[in-house]
Design a protein around this ligand. Structure first.
Ligand SMILES: CC(C)(COP(=O)(O)OP(=O)(O)OC[C@H]1O[C@@H](n2cnc3c(N)ncnc32)[C@H](O)[C@@H]1OP(=O)(O)O)[C@@H](O)C(=O)NCCC(=O)NCCS
Length: 179
C-alpha cells in the first residue's frame, strides 16, 4: 500500500473514496470539497492510500484554533476518514491515522481533535476530550460525549491547556457535529 499527500489533481479520487465510504451520508463529499478549498482550514494534511494504483482511503486533518485558553497551542482536527468498504478491516484506516499524526508532529501540531467512533479512535491514541476541559465547536449531545476526543502530540500539553475548539469555516454547520 502507498500513502501519499494529495495534490489538486487528486480531487476526483478523493471524492470517489469519500462517496463510496460514506454511502449513507451525501453531505461528506461536499464537506471535503469545501474544506480542501477553505483558506481557514490551512495548513491541512490530506493523504490518499492506494492499493495497486487504486485509491482506497483518504484522511483529512484541518487547522483549528483554541479559544478561551490562557496557554496557546497549535491544534488540528481529524476528519473525515474514509476507507472504501471492500478493503475495510485491513488496517488502512489505522495507517492513514498514524501517517497523518506523524506528519502533524513534524509540523509542530500539539493537539489533534476528532469527533468520531468512540470505540475506534482510542485504538490510535485518542481519549475523551470533554472531561479534559476541551469544548467542541458545537455542543455535543450528552449521549455522544465520548465521541469528542483528543490526542496530544507533545508531552505535557494536555495538562497545560484547555479551551474551546474553533474549526475551519467549512465545518461550521451544526449537522456536522451531531455524531
Ligand atoms: C471507520 C473506517 C475509516 C475504518 O477503516 P478501516 O481501514 O476498516 O480501519 P482499520 O482496518 O484500521 O481498523 C478496523 C477495525 O476498526 C473497527 N471499526 C471500524 N469502524 C468502527 C466503528 N464505527 N466503531 C468501532 N470500531 C470500528 C473494525 O471493526 C475493525 O476491528 P477489528 O480490528 O477488531 O476487526 C472505515 O470503516 C470507514 O470508512 N467507515 C465509513 C466511514 C466512517 O464512518 N468514517 C469514520 C468517521 S469518524
Amino acid at each position: 500500500m502507498l500513502i501519499r499527500e494529495t495534490q489538486d489533481s487528486d480531487l476526483n479520487d478523493i471524492l470517489f473514496v469519500e462517496r463510496t465510504a460514506f454511502v449513507d451520508d451525501d453531505t461528506i463529499e461536499e464537506l471535503v470539497r469545501n474544506l480542501l478549498q477553505d483558506p481557514s482550514a490551512q495548513p491541512a494534511v490530506s493523504l490518499l492510500a492506494f492499493l495497486q494504483d487504486r485509491p482506497v482511503g483518504h484522511i483529512l486533518f484541518t487547522a483549528a484554533h483554541l479559544l478561551r485558553t490562557e496557554v496557546p497551542a497549535t491544534i488540528a482536527l481529524l476528519g473525515p476518514l474514509a476507507v472504501v468498504p471492500d478493503v475495510q478491516k485491513q488496517g488502512i484506516g489505522g495507517k492513514l491515522i498514524e501517517k497523518g499524526l506523524q506528519m502533524l508532529t513534524e509540523k509542530g501540531v500539539e493537539l489533534v481533535f476528532v469527533l468520531g467512533h468512540p470505540d475506534y479512535y482510542p485504538r490510535h491514541g485518542f481519549q475523551p476530550a470533554g472531561r479534559l476541559g476541551f469544548e467542541a465547536p458545537y455542543p455535543i449531545l450528552e449521549k455522544n460525549a465520548w465521541a469528542w476526543m483528543v490526542q496530544a502530540l507533545k508531552e505535557g500539553v494536555i495538562d497545560a491547556v484547555s479551551g474551546m475548539v474553533m474549526c475551519a469555516d467549512a465545518f461550521k454547520r451544526p449537522e456536522y457535529w451531531r455524531e
